[in-house]
Design a protein. Sequence first.
Length: 533
Amino acid sequence: MHITHLQLINFKRFTDLTIDLSKLATPPKLVLLIGANGSGKSSVFDAFESLSNFSKDGHSWTNTRDDSGYYQKDTSKELYIRPIIPELDPSQPSTPGNIPRTAFYGRSSLRQIPKLEKKRMSNFSLESDSDRPLRYIERDNRFENDIEILTQKILEEVFTGSDFDAKKLKERYLEPINQSLFRIFGGLDASLLELVSLKPPLGGNVADVRFKKGISEIHYDLLSSGEKEVINILLNLFVRRDTYNDTIYFIDELDLHLNTKLQYALLKEITENWIPKNCQLWTASHSFGFIEYARETDHSAVIDFDSFDFDEKHVLLPESKNSLDIFDVAVPKDTIFNLFHNKDIILCENQNDQFYNLLNLENKLFVGVADKNQVFIQVKRDKKFMGLMDRDFLVDQEITKAKRKYPNLRILEYYCFENYLYHPNNINELISDFDTEAYQQEIFKQKEDKKLKIVLEIKTVRNSYAILKESDIRDKNVDTIVESFSSQEFETYYRFFDMKAKFNKEFIASHNLSVKELVSTNWFRNRVKQLFS
């Protein structure tokens, strides 16, 4: 189940807010709401909780659980919550009455259980989620119930199974959690948690949940806040996801008490391994790790709540994940420049930053963005950044004019990054007996075979360049590119021949040259260094 469109009218701080995900090719599995404290992110979850309450136990969705006026921004007007859930009706907003009981499952940020205290078993319904807080702003104590659910499942198998096997029980009920803990905390013995035993609250005693950490065995109460947060979330999803397997999950501030590395690892683990395939996860954060994960994955959408006056009508669309602006809420750009005040921050294309940074160029820090257009847009928008972008099909005059207009912009001499990696001079430095002449002949042959197709692509490809939208930079005469492809002079045509996508590297495959090796040469380092001299 997925939401593709959500409208909130007269709901809490919103006069008329729409979140529109309908333009995405497929509904995202992860929807990340970002924005400063108080920007309205959690109010969206209040709306989901209101719908959830109605679907589960029929309470009025406008005045849930006798909270008259709690949700209404203007108590003299009606409020509306209008989600479009394609699985129910792809064209019409869903009404509270036709939403299944298990369509929503939410957890607030107030779910931390610092110490196990419950001394007896309780009775509740998973499907109606009857142990949820009365209101979304109240403390969520479901973790201790989750311990009960898991131990009950184990006991049922012990007493009803025909062939009791302790090893199989452990594999079924403990190993999935321990595998997740391994992926989140990593394989270092000092930090790795392993769930080794759990007992429900019996005989007037609280539950006994124990973990192995390093060579020690420790009780749940002695874990750090971050470790408890991870255990809380994993156990809750583990015992309830069979019931909520066609559901919109909404979990506020999943990143509580976690450092940046764990934030990224937790969100990745939850999204990819714990939220069922046909479900959707909505979460809110202003953490760097969450934004970085959402930016890197295809199945996510980022909605920015920052700097909006929600007394006005607004439609929020997914942010471009290629723009560094989405990180502002976690690490403002001014902070980045203060942290690296002695370095030029250079935006480059794709993941090439990791290789440029291996050069250790003095006072230079490379940061990867999506493509050449994002490099140009960011440098144009914020002159504190420098930019390094591929040449592609830019003619010499355009490069000259671009550098004059944008002094912080650098453009490669060759078509792309790979043209430097696979340049004969670069390979020759690594392989002393390399047959440079035969290699150049192979490049020439492949260029000739693809020349006509490449020439026909030039105009279309150039029309996609953001930098050429500026009329004072664009040169209408591209004859020099066409003429270059007709040349037999290697350095002439090599400037425009795409060594990333157009060149079959079978000729050099036997040498097994890695990118790290190819960027380690003096030739490569000097060519890049010249761009900034």
